[in-house]
Design a protein around this ligand. Structure first.
Ligand SMILES: [Zn+2]
Ligand SMILES: [Zn+2]
Length: 351
């Protein structure tokens, strides 16, 4: 094992602080990555603060990891020292179940091993995420970041990017499709960029008129202010697909009404409380209401390659490691455009 410095929460109500953590020595199929940047996802906050059940402490969050390969095991064939790589939400899975064989490791039946807060291997209690100087990951769960993409701005592709890409691909979005994206935050801004690059006609739904201009700058062809009841009514039956990225409580039935026959609304934001669904708004036009969780390793690579070809990255605000607690507060207040990314060069030298 080797030690590196990270940032951890030691309890639900503790601020994140410097922490010395152990990583396993790279095995034959492992890649050791020197982390240059890590995106900051809402899941990091939910886990660090025990807002979802089952947080193991100390908790080192971070699953939008990018960096360079520093060392490879003897059997590693996919990567060499110096390669620009990333790690997303998963670091392993059973590899045998139906989901894993289909390349959908995020739905692994015994459960994927997540990048943080999962049982670890190599004598370590639980997995530690990317708020750290280094990480050791099996080569099969390492992603290649296309050269030419800015590493820092590519980091959020590993969670926010794949979370929006996977349902867009699964529902066959492309030219001729009318797509709605609800909410312009970390997820929504990636949803807009990706759906536009896929060739769809994209409409952004936002509650705040001052995000309309930003929506257009990101590529949205149309913007609808969702508080405007008349404007919403005018959109009835228009959409093939709506990607709902909002995690706050909101009236989802207003969006079902905007779907055409056989249209689908896919929820990727995670509201805390149950959502009320009016069945009449679904059965009338055989509409589908679905959820979607991140994406498999192969489709994550496909998304990264697509982003490399189209020059797509996230809009980010870079922060120093010791600004993480303030960044959490700003994220809760929706005060970020549109993703914080930690510059790992600012990690204190020793904890
Ligand atoms: Zn995430
Ligand atoms: Zn599996």
């Amino acid at each position: 094992m080797f030690a590196c410095t990270g940032y951890a929460a030691t309890a639900a109500d503790a601020r994140l602080a410097p922490f010395s953590l152990d990583r396993r020595d790279p095995g034959p199929r492992d890649v050791r990555i020197d982390i240059t940047h890590c995106g900051v996802c809402h899941s990091d906050i939910h886990t660090a603060r025990s807002e979802w059940p089952g947080t193991l402490y100390p908790c080192v969050p971070g699953h939008e990891i990018v960096g360079r390969v520093a060392e490879v095991g003897a059997e590693v064939t996919k990567y060499k020292v110096g390669d620009q790589v990333g790690v997303g939400c998963m670091v392993d899975s059973c590899r045998e179940c139906e989901s894993c064989r289909a390349g959908l490791e995020q739905y692994c039946e015994p459960g994927a091993r997540f990048t943080y807060n999962s049982p670890d291997i190599g004598g370590l209690s639980h997995t530690f995420g990317g708020y750290a100087q280094a990480v050791v990951v099996d080569q099969d769960f390492v992603l290649r970041i296309p050269e030419g993409l800015d590493l820092a701005a590519a980091a959020p592709l590993l969670c926010a990017g794949i979370t929006t890409w996977s349902p867009l691909r699964h529902w066959g979005i492309g030219p001729g499709k009318r797509v709605g994206v609800v909410g312009l935050g970390g997820l929504g801004h990636m949803g807009v960029k990706l759906a536009v690059a896929m060739g769809a006609e994209v409409t952004l739904f936002t509650t705040s008129a001052n995000k309309a201009e930003d929506g257009r700058r990101l590529g949205a062809h149309r913007v609808v202010i969702s508080r405007d009841a008349d404007a919403m009514k005018a959109e009835a039956g228009r959409f093939d697909f709506i990607l709902d990225c909002v995690s706050a409580q909101h009236d989802i039935n207003a969006y079902f009404a905007l779907l055409r026959l056989d249209g689908a609304l896919v929820q990727v934001g995670l509201p805390e409380k149950p959502i009320e669904v009016q069945m009449f708004s679904l059965v009338g036009k055989r509409r589908t209401f679905a959820g979607s969780l991140i994406g498999g390793i192969a489709e994550t690579q496909e998304m990264l390659d697509f982003c490399g070809e189209h020059g797509i990255t996230a809009d980010i605000e870079m922060i120093a490691m010791d600004e993480i607690n303030e960044a959490y507060e700003r994220m809760i207040a929706s005060d970020v455009k549109y993703r914080f990314v930690i510059d790992m060069a600012t990690m204190p030298k020793a904890a």
